[in-house]
Design a protein around this ligand. Structure first.
Ligand code: PEP
Ligand code: MG
Length: 750
């Protein structure tokens, strides 16, 4: 940019900053700003349009158009040239605006006399706040330098808006971060919670977007980038060079590439030359990257842009000295994050956490497993940039049953929500009354209800939930939350404490189920085209015997003198089960030889999670001491519908005729060989589904502890023979799912 333009741009920004310092109300300040911009840019018109709601822009200040149209002229997103800028997040620069595509004539503003139009988005970190427009009588396109200067100005306006400089009367000038907002997401874990927002990575607040001394700012920026480079290099040194740290290395290499990128630094230095502070320059480039991130469909590019975004946050923290202090966490924290790893989540601990809200994440992600283990409501894939909108300390309600978060809710929402919590508490009380009663249906069938767990911390619920035992203890968490393979003694200690806590109740340990989405940071992994169908669970265990054997040894030692139940995940054929089972025998023999006490008795089971196993030879069913249906996986493979993919996840009903028939066949095969069979997928915790499974012959179900009460409550009210008959009729009705039949029957009889 020419020196002349540079100093003009700086002068303009200085005047804007001075307007910030003036004691004036939001509207007055906005009016003044449009005057300053029109004057400095030598245009007849300067207008500022701000979002009134997500779909509507409102003219909030103007120099040059009819002042009466302020707060009167509105346009929908995408409507007219202004709407086009807002929708696309891109500059529109037209020498002959009236003949441009999408031009909308607004007589109240008298704009037909201004042929040239330049509109730039006012946005902060990829979030659109409004549009800044200049127009001039002379029919000309604005130069590149002028457009750039306007972008810099728009950036400063965005920061000023963030700092509350334009707060005034009316919707469009409402203070930011004060509106009640509703966010929708996927359900990672049901339940309701209220609390206060705690941001995993709090937004950095830039209080000084404009700087006087560009040289000093460039110095600050360079010093911060140096610090950043050193910290990235240090991080890189701390990860080993062997293949196990490959993924982490890749991210850090990308960080290093950006930290050393000359073009990144050059762009930020240009922004500073135009008058921005070092922080504002970082944020301006970060905003651009985020916008591209939102528009790119290339997965690799998205990842790299994400890296750049993370790196920018680090740089901002270095520049501002603002950081994260977990000690500030409120007592009723709702953790809000773009994403979070299981280790980071475990670091926060269950203590103060009431709920977890993620912009990304997925139902089967590691963090989701931890949240489920802690039984706190979890929302994933929450849209509308909640991490940009929420501020630390904001009041928030999380409805994990509906997949909704209410940020800064109105009184009426709070009242309705509290009523719901009270009703649930009331129901829990009712269920607590059933705690010591059996899950016996009216026809006398007793169903064994068990709980799923994955952390020792969950076991206290065993006593209170009315569960008979732990039907599924997922052993991944102890592996996922560490940076290295846990040691045998460590695991034996944990498993032994699990058995202690269960106090004689049966605990079914599932051996390590990794692969697919559950990736161990320290394990060599090759990229697989379809990880869910790839090298996972028992396949890894049989190929990497060391880990499986170590885990079996730990289980045997933990059980010493007590019964041990162990099952293998994702068995697809008889041979796999035979081989894994043989490992248990080998390890028992080895432990015996070493003089360790053996378990009192050992049961070895298989998880039925692939349709193929349902058709295994009879001998498999005879050999397995028990079978546990992993419905989450079984359903995804039965319908060929990815359980992680929000688009298809709920497409097929569990009570689909085909699936119910299939479950019935599995139950029949198990009955023929007298093999105990249970169902431990998430569906077992849904009362209607649980009732249907029981009616199809499954006599044992395992679910999250909070579901035991509701499931027991329903089971105790129905005759399973009748339910079976209703399911049979449903299967023959030609309808896709038996749900309609079952619900009708329940309504008639209950
Ligand atoms: C299942 O697949 O149903 C199951 C219980 O295992 P996970 O959810 O851990 O894959
Ligand atoms: Mg599974």
């Amino acid at each position: 940019m020419a020196d002349q333009t540079e100093s003009e741009s700086r002068k303009l920004l200085r005047r804007l900053r001075d307007s910030m310092a003036e004691e004036s109300a939001g509207q007055e300040r906005l009016n003044h700003i449009t005057q300053i911009i029109a004057e400095e840019m030598r245009t007849e018109v300067c207008s500022i349009y701000l979002f009134r709601d997500a779909e509507t822009l409102e003219l909030c200040a103007t120099e040059g158009l009819n002042p009466d149209s302020v707060h009167q002229t509105r346009m929908r997103l995408g409507e007219g040239l202004v709407g086009r800028v807002a929708r696309s997040g891109r500059v529109v620069n037209e020498a002959d605006a009236p003949s441009a595509k999408g031009f909308r004539y607004m007589p109240e503003t008298g704009e037909e006399v201004f042929p040239s139009f330049c509109g730039v988005p006012i946005q902060r970190l990829g979030e659109g706040l409004g549009v800044l427009v200049v127009q001039s009588r002379e029919a000309r396109a604005f130069s590149e330098d002028e457009v750039y200067a306007l972008e810099v100005v728009a950036m400063v306006l965005a920061e000023m808006a963030e700092l509350g400089a334009f707060v005034g009367e009316g919707e469009a000038l409402r203070a930011r971060h004060t509106n009640p907002m509703l966010f929708k997401g996927g359900i990672g874990q049901e339940g309701v919670a209220e609390g206060h927002v705690y941001l995993h990575e709090p937004r950095v607040v830039v209080t000084n977007p404009v700087a006087d001394d560009p040289e000093a700012e460039v110095e600050r920026l360079r010093a911060a980038v140096d610090t950043l480079r050193v910290s990235v290099d240090d991080m890189l040194k701390s990860v080993s060079t062997d293949a196990v740290d490959k993924d982490q290395r890749e991210v850090l290499e990308a960080f290093r590439m950006f930290a050393n990128s000359r073009s990144w630094l050059r762009r930020m230095e240009e922004d500073i030359a135009a008058g921005l502070s070092a922080e504002a320059a970082v944020e301006k480039e970060q905003s651009t990257a985020r916008r591209r991130l939102g528009q790119s469909s290339d997965a690799y590019l998205r990842e790299r842009l994400q890296d750049l975004d993370d790196l920018s946050n680090r740089l901002l923290r270095i520049l501002t000295g603002q950081g994260v202090d977990a000690a500030d966490m409120p007592e009723d924290a709702v953790l809000v994050a773009r994403n979070i790893g299981p280790g980071e989540l475990l670091d926060y601990g269950r203590g103060k956490l009431r709920a977890l809200v993620l912009e990304q994440g997925s139902v089967g992600s590691h963090a989701a497993i931890v949240a489920r283990a802690w039984a706190i409501p979890l929302l994933v894939h929450v849209g509308d940039q909640i991490t940009n909108e929420a501020l630390n300390g904001d009041y928030i309600l999380v409805d994990g049953d509906q997949g909704i978060a209410h940020l800064r809710p109105d009184e009426s929402v709070v009242t309705a929500f509290r009523d719901k919590i009270a009703m649930q508490a009331e129901a829990q009380k009712r269920y607590a009354g059933l705690q010591s009663l059996p899950a016996q249906s009216t026809d006398g069938t007793v169903i064994s209800l068990n709980m799923n767990a994955g952390l020792i911390a969950e076991l206290p619920s065993l006593a209170g939930s009315g569960a008979e035992g732990v039907g599924l203890f997922r052993t991944e968490l102890q592996f996922l939350a560490r940076s290295r393979v846990p040691r045998r003694a460590e695991l034996a200690g944990i498993y032994s404490r699990v058995l202690d806590a269960a106090d004689g109740k049966r605990v079914v340990f599932r051996t390590l189920d990794i692969g697919s989405d559950k990736v161990l940071p320290y394990m060599k992994r090759e990229d697989e085209p379809n990880p869910a169908l790839g090298w996972r669970a028992i396949r890894v265990g049989l190929d990497k015997r060391g880990v499986m054997r170590m885990q079996l040894q730990a289980l045997i030692r933990a059980a010493a003198g007590r019964p041990l139940s162990v099952m293998f995940p994702f068995v697809a054929q008889f041979e796999e089960f035979k081989e894994a089972r043989q490992h248990v025998f080998d390890e028992l023999e080895r432990e015996d030889k070493l003089g360790h006490a053996l378990p009192e008795k050992v049961e070895i089971g298989a998880m039925l999670e692939t349709p193929s196993l349902a058709f295994a030879p009879r001998q498999f069913f005879e050999m397995a001491d028990f079978i546990s249906i992993g419905g989450n996986d079984l359903k995804q493979f039965f319908f060929a519908a990815d359980r992680e993919n929000e688009r298809v996840r709920r497409r097929y009903d569990t009570l689909n005729v085909s699936f119910m028939t299939f479950l019935g066949q599995i139950a029949d095969r198990c009955a023929e060989s007298e093999t105990p069979v249970s169902f431990c997928g998430e569906d077992a915790g849904r009362p209607i589904e649980a009732m249907c499974f029981a009616a199809m012959g499954l006599r044992s179900l395992s679910m999250r502890p909070a579901s035991i009460g509701p499931v027991k409550h329903l089971l105790r009210r129905v005759d399973l023979g009748e339910v079976r008959e209703v399911i049979r009729e449903g299967c023959e009705s030609g309808e896709q799912s038996v749900r309609g039949h079952v619900m009708d029957w329940l309504r008639r009889t209950a």
